[in-house]
Design a protein around this ligand. Sequence first.
Ligand code: GSH
Length: 231
Amino acid sequence: MGKEKGVKLHGMWASSFCMRVELALKLKGIPYEYVEEDLSNKSHLLLRYNPIHKKVPVLVHDGRPISESLLILEYIDDTWKDSPSLMPLDPYMRARVRFWANFYDQKLVENCRVIWKCKGEEQTQAIKDFIQNLRVLEEGIQKDFSGEKPFFNGKCPGYLDVALGAVWCWNSVLEEITGVKLIDSEKNPFMSAWIDAFCNLGIVKDTLPSLDELVVLATDLRNLALESSVA
Ligand SMILES: N[C@@H](CCC(=O)N[C@@H](CS)C(=O)NCC(=O)O)C(=O)O
């Protein structure tokens, strides 16, 4: 490691965590090479670059690997300083965007995982928890960023927009699979207006996979998970 030059992203087409990194690279105008990983047969390079978690995304910059999508976003912003900043300049607001991105990953992503892979009472409870956590997120973000429009970062999307926006499409995937409404534009007007603006960006349209493709994959993976839970 260390001799190779340039930027490479080891990813998987349907991974929202990888979409975060792709969106950040595109927003900052950083050229990169994309390496698609087969997660059922991970490459030796992926295992070497991310021996602890063995997960995508991994960003390799001049031969040095960085894993964990939120950390990669910060690395990109810290390294390529000539392009518009993804992070707010004010240290307090930097702390707030990190807080909400972590809250999203720790609470809502976990609720989504249960909604996706489980059924019955476990799934029903996770749906309730998701709706409750979404309320907390919406109220908190609105308080912190109500002056910034249409994005939390102002006129251009930043770290928190990318961190949440890339993962948000899975909410629609889960709604399709479960038939349950998770996001309601009347109950969640602030987040609904924000995600509409985000999804209207050309970069986002070009980067995120289609809902139909995600629904097919997510349905297959859900069926596998349910089969193995009864086996
Ligand atoms: N916290 C990690 C999560 C990454 C993650 O869960 N990646 C999944 C794909 S969406 C993965 O590589 N899974 C392979 C595995 O678990 O073996 C991040 O933010 O980068």
